[in-house]
Structure formats: C-alpha cells, structure tokens
Design a protein around this ligand. Structure first.
Ligand code: DGJ
Length: 730
C-alpha cells in the first residue's frame, strides 16, 4: 500500500496490493482521472491525462474551454462551467447564481484515516491504511473542497468522500453533493450490475449493457429502499464470477442516493454516486463544513467473485465495529410469523421452552408488546409495556426466559409515531409533515421528525429505558415506511432541504448512542425486511434482517444478490414456516435450514406447532450452525451456480482463509429428468492438497475437485439440499 505523488508529472497514484488508482493535475489546476485497474509499478502516465482532446473547432483552431470541460475526465466535476455530463456539485450563492470551478491547490498524504463526523465510514489504523486529502478551491465564491481518498494495506479497496467548507462571508447553498465520480473509456463495453427489488424480493441481481445516455438506480424514499440498492458495478462484457474486469461502487449511507453510469458523446462511461439531489439543499453557513458520505470502490481483474470477496473483507475488517463481528450469534427464535400481534407471556414462554429443548438460544419478542398494539394501526411512540398481554410485566418475562436458559431480545420501531397514540395526541408537530397539508400515512403511521433534538431525546430514552429495565441482550430496530411530506416545524425555511439528510444523521446519532450505552447489545437493523440493508447501517449493527421473505427460491435470489457485496455474517436469515407466509410455497424443513445457514441463522415459526419431524431436525440444524459458523462468517465466498440465472440449481461455497476447509451448499430448486448426477466445480482450494468429504472415507485432490469437479447425485424432488464439507487431509 502506498499513496505516491509524482511531483514532476503531477500525478497521484493510490496503490493497494493488486490495484492502482491514478489522477493527475492538468493546466496546473484541473484534477483529472487517469487510470483505475490492475496494479502498476510506476506512478507515471501523464500522457494518459487527455487534456488536448476536446473536439477540433475549425473556426477557432484551438481548444476551447467548454469543449475541454465537457470531455476532460474531471475527478470532481462541478455544474455550471461547461461539463454537461452528470456532475457532483451544484452550488448556489446568496446572490442566486449557480456555478463554480474547483482548482487544485494543495494535498496531504498521511497514515491512517480520519473519522467522518457523524457518518458511518470505513476505518483503519496507521499501519493499515493511508489517506490523501486534495484541496481544491473555487477562486470566486470562497468554497473549499477537500477530496479525501483512502486505501488499505489488506484489501483492494479505495474509499472516497468530500468535505466542503464555506470560506466566504455569505451562506452558500449546496444543491447537489455527490461523493464519487469515475470516468472510464467504454472500450470494454461495460455492463451495469445493480441490485433491485421490492418488499419481500430485495436485491435481485439485474445486469444490462450500458448505452448512450444515463442509466442507474436511486432512492428518494428517505432510506436506501427495497426497490434499489446503493451499489452498482461496471463489468466488462463477458465478465463472470472468475474473469473479467469488475468495478464496484458502494455507498456507505442509508438515505436518498443516486448511482449512475452515463455513456457520453465520446463513448466514455462516467459513473457517479452520492446523495440524491432531489429535495436536497444544504445551507452552508460561513465557516461551516459539509461532509459527504463515503463511497467504497473496488476493482477486480478476476471477475465478480473477487470483487465480492474484497467487499466482504473490507466490511469485516474495516466497517463493522460490533463485538459480535467474529462471535457466534445466539441462535434466535422470533415470534413474528409465529403469532403476529396475538401473544401473551404464557405463549412466549411456551415457545421459549420448546425452543430451548431444541438447542435454540434466544427468544426475540417482535412487534405488539407496547401501548395498545394489537394490530399495525396504533401505539407506535407509546413505548410502555402492555401488561394485559405481558402479565407480570417485561422484567418478569425476561427473567422467566433467562431462567429457561435462553437470552431475550426485543423489537422496536423507534422512528415512527401512530396517529392513534398518546405521543401523537400530545405532540402532533413531532411528525414529519408540511404545515397545512395532511401527511400521507403508510402502514397507518407517520415518521418522527428526528431533526429535532427533543424528539431524538424522547426516542432514545424510550428505547434505553426499556433496555435498562431488564436483561435484554438483542434489539431488532425496525423502520416500516418511507419518508414523504418532507417538512419540519423546526427547520428554517431555507433549511427545509436538509431534512432528509439530517434525518439519516439523526438515526446514526441514535444508534451510536445506543451501542455506546449498551456496548454488549446485539443490534439487528431491519426495515420492513431489507429496505435499509446498506453499509451505513453495518457500522452500527453487525447484522441486518435481509428480507421478510423466507421462501427458499426467493431467499436464494435475495441472498445471492446481497452476497455480491456483503459478507454472509451480516445477513439476517431464518427458517420460516411452511407453507411460506409470503408465497404459500411448501419447502422441506432441511432445505429451509440450509438457506438460513448462509446467514446469521435463526427461526421464525411457532415451534410448538410445527410437525414433529421438522421439530426433530432442529437440534442437528443448530449443531450445523455451531459447526460451520466460524467458516461461514470469516471465509471466502464463491458462487458456483445461480438458480436466479439457470432456473434450476443453486450452489455456493465458503472456503476458510487457510484453504483447509470448504463448505458447499447445493440446492436443487427445480428438478429435471435424465441426468443422475451433476458436476460441481469447487473453487479456492489448494491444488496440491487432498480433501476428505466429511462423513465419508472419500478423499479427493484439490485440483481435481476444482478442474474435474465433484459428482453430485441429483436429488429426487424439488427444493432438495445437500451440504458438502471438505477438510484438508494433513
Ligand atoms: C417488518 C419486519 O421486517 C418484520 O420482521 C416484523 O418485525 C414486522 N415489521 C413487525 O411489524
């Protein structure tokens, strides 16, 4: 790892173990992108900074400024001075003008990586990473932009963010602040990968060629969303799991975003990523600094698989802070799909007792324990225990569950208020709304205006008071609607455009405070399933509920998409009931277990009611979790087959970092006649080592398993799964 400045050529090279990111200064002032790809051994290549390639204008016979601005690969393009592509920054002055030009002024290279104030971000010590701050200034309006880049010793990732400081005497209005831009020649005919979906169908992989114009994904829902994900990758045509160029861009943020690839008039591909400009204006007062969230970029010359593994390593080593990161998570049973709102102390204790006897370790009480909440139409905001349901109170229940030998966890939806709640009756102005306009309800609830300090205080104390009252070791923090009617009673007229971002900052502040006061708490984020599954939330919670959909085929697609940029250790995954509650599909209990094993593992069903033969399988499923957890959580992930693409068969593998163990999960989703076996080609093994298949005397050479494959006997019936565990014979 080294960040190098070649003074003679005015070039910056950011090197990771296998990649180089290079920029240069043109005309003494414009910072342009030169190269991002496989590692280079020289911080050199000024000729690649194409300054003279604006289109020839015969009448003038020289390069004009506008043609330069419109084709130069600007590192941080600004709106208004001739770059007509997608830009990163739009600034309005107090006089109402929009326009700025950022000129290089200075830079600093240093060890380590500073925190981003109030924001989640990757971290690393002085021995683990280096940072480059490049200071740019607008010569007219008093705006300073610090472009911050960090690269890591142990992972091939480069992170970017931007700090904007108002050095003038007047306020500046930031109308667009994106975090990253990358210009690539489109000579490799890039394709765009995104993760798209809806409720119960999150993060399905979409791949499409990029064509002239703009294409991309975004959210203006106030959260990262079910529908799109703040991740895109550009992959060269033909790229697969193992070969080809893959450029990943992931936004470490939990609110409105845009991620876009634009093919320009000269067939360049410009990628931008940042906070969505719609509805965003930030008043930057004199002397103040605005910090844009971080984008994490990964380049792989070994296809999508290596890009995924790099993101997994980056997040495990440099983003997730929880003490649970490397620990076995307690196997939980959540009562949501078991009881919905209809439960009592007795019912929960009955579930806990049966669960304990099967090897399950924690009971999680979901929605419905507070206020008068017997349905989703009331009581959000009234965080007092409903003692009609929980007779004897919460502490009594927790103590009873602990006495059974199980941990206890609880559900909250702290950011919301029901119009039918005591809180709303007293403080109707605490809901986000535009005065004079009735705010839109969704799931019969409104969103609290967390930009207000007293609201944050109320929300925090509501949660903390409950946690202080009993031995609660886990919190599921839910969020079940998007933001609309973005108005605050508190913010000044020219600051209303700050609401969406301030809301996200407030969620971060609340969760930071929570894990500071309760450092041993296991926090799981959730948003109506996986609508706020993003790297921002991972900074606060080591796991996020993937989706409300536990139906096996749907789950496989969701988990395949999620694993493209997230380690398996953070994917909340449970064994659900059958028929499944979102699709009505019936799947074998064992296969449901195999699907959940690829995540944090738990149950979401009424264990007192399921068929005996299913119940009898739980102890061995729990044993599998304990046996494989370390490998699954810390190993290298390889996608061997994709049901989402081939419509029949799903298969993934996790290999330990020392390559001595490999676990392969095979799921025959939709059986087809004729062949009795199929070949599975393992990956990531030591070619010269011998591997024993667990539970048998069969021993195979590593190279044969990878090149010749393993012959998997075809299952009889649909949705049948097999686990293959290979260990090196020493
Ligand atoms: C949505 C979550 O995804 C579910 O698991 C459950 O907690 C419900 N909310 C409760 O309202």
């Amino acid at each position: 790892m080294a960040i190098i400045y070649n003074e003679k050529e005015q070039i910056f090279a950011l090197n990771t173990g296998n990649t180089t990111y290079m920029m240069g200064i043109a005309d003494g002032k414009y910072l342009g992108h030169i190269y991002y790809g496989k590692r280079l051994n020289h911080a050199s290549g000024r000729y690649l900074l194409r300054t003279g390639e604006g289109p020839f204008v015969p009448s003038v016979n020289k390069r004009e400024k506008v043609s330069f601005m419109d084709c130069f690969p600007m590192e941080y393009p600004v709106w208004g001075s001739g770059d007509f592509r997608e830009t990163c920054l739009m600034v309005r002055t107090a006089a109402g003008h929009r326009g700025a030009e950022l000129h290089y002024e200075s830079h600093r290279i240093y060890k380590g990586k500073p925190k981003l104030e109030g924001l989640p971000a990757t971290f690393g010590g002085e021995e683990q990473c280096q940072t480059l701050d490049i200071v740019l200034r607008d010569p007219v309006i008093g705006l300073k932009a610090t472009l911050r880049y960090s690269c890591f010793e142990d992972v091939d990732a480069v992170t970017r963010s931007v700090l904007l400081t108002n050095e003038s005497e007047e306020p500046l209005y930031l109308e667009r602040v994106l975090s990253a831009c990358l210009d690539l020649d489109n000579d490799k005919e890039y394709e765009l990968i995104s993760l798209s979906g809806t409720w119960a169908r999150e993060r399905n992989i979409i791949r499409r060629p990029i064509v002239r114009g703009k294409q991309g994904v975004s959210s203006v829902r106030g959260e990262s969303s079910h529908q799109e994900h703040p991740f895109i990758a550009l992959v060269s045509k033909g790229t697969d799991q193992d070969k080809g160029d893959a450029y990943g861009f992931h936004f470490i943020y939990s609110g409105n975003f845009m991620a876009q690839a634009e093919v320009t008039q000269y067939d360049f591909a410009r990628v931008v990523m940042g906070i969505h400009p719609d509805g965003f204006t930030w008043k930057l007062k004199p002397g103040e600094t605005f910090t844009a969230p971080e984008a994490a970029m990964v380049y792989s010359d070994e296809g999508i698989g290596k890009m995924s593994r790099t993101y997994h390593d980056l997040y495990r080593s440099h983003l997730i802070r929880s003490p649970y990161l490397h620990k076995e998570r307690p196997i939980l049973i959540n009562n949501w799909e078991a009881t919905y709102f209809n439960f009592t102390t007795e019912k929960l204790i009955a579930i806990a007792k049966e669960a304990k006897s099967c090897g399950i370790e924690m009971l999680v009480m979901d929605d419905g324990w507070f206020g008068k909440r017997n349905g989703d139409n009331c009581s959000l905001g009234d965080w007092t225990v409903n003692e009609e349901k929980l007779t004897g109170g919460l502490k009594h229940l927790v103590d009873e569950v602990n006495a059974i030998g199980m941990k206890f966890g609880i559900w909250f939806e702290p950011e919301m208020v029901s119009p039918d709640s005591d809180l709303y009756r007293v403080h109707p102005d605490w809901a986000i709304q535009i005065p004079g306009r009735e705010p839109a309800q969704c799931r019969q609830q409104l969103v609290l205006d967390l930009t207000r300090k007293e609201v944050r205080e109320y929300v925090y104390e509501s949660v903390a008071r409950i946690l202080r009252s009993a031995n609660i070791e886990y919190v599921k923090w839910d969020m079940n609607r998007s933001l609309t009617d973005a108005g605050s009673y508190e913010l000044a007229a020219d600051c209303q455009g700050e609401l969406y971002h301030r809301y996200v900052l407030a969620v971060y502040e609340l969760q930071e405070r929570l894990i500071t006061e309760f450092p041993r708490l296991l926090l799981e984020n959730c948003s109506a399933g996986g609508a706020r599954f993003d790297p921002g939330m991972l900074y606060y919670s080591p796991q996020i509920w993937c989706s409300d959909d536990m139906d096996v085929p749907e789950r496989l697609a969701i988990q395949e998409g999620t694993a493209i940029c997230y380690p398996l250790s953070c994917m909340g995954a449970h064994v659900g009931a059958s028929p499944n509650h979102t699709t009505g599909r019936i799947a074998p209990f064992q296969t449901r277990g195999y699907a959940a094993l690829a995540g944090t593992f738990g149950y979401e069903l009424d264990v007192t009611k399921i068929p005996q033969e299913d119940r009898d399988m739980i102890p061995s499923q729990c044993a599998d979790y304990h046996k494989y957890h370390g490998l699954i959580a810390a190993g290298d992930y390889y996608r061997l087959a994709s049901y989402y693409y081939n419509h029949t068969f799903d298969c993934w593998e996790v290999v330990s970092k020392d390559r001595a163990e490999a676990l392969v999960t095979c799921i025959e989703v939709w059986n087809r006649p004729n062949f009795k076996s199929r070949r599975i080609y393992l990956k990531g093994l030591k070619p010269d080592a011998m591997y024993r298949l667990d539970g048998t005397d069969e021993v195979y050479p590593g190279d044969l398993l990878m090149q010749g494959g393993y012959l998997l006997t075809r299952a009889w019936g649909d949705l049948k799964g097999t686990l293959l565990y290979f260990t090196e014979v020493l």
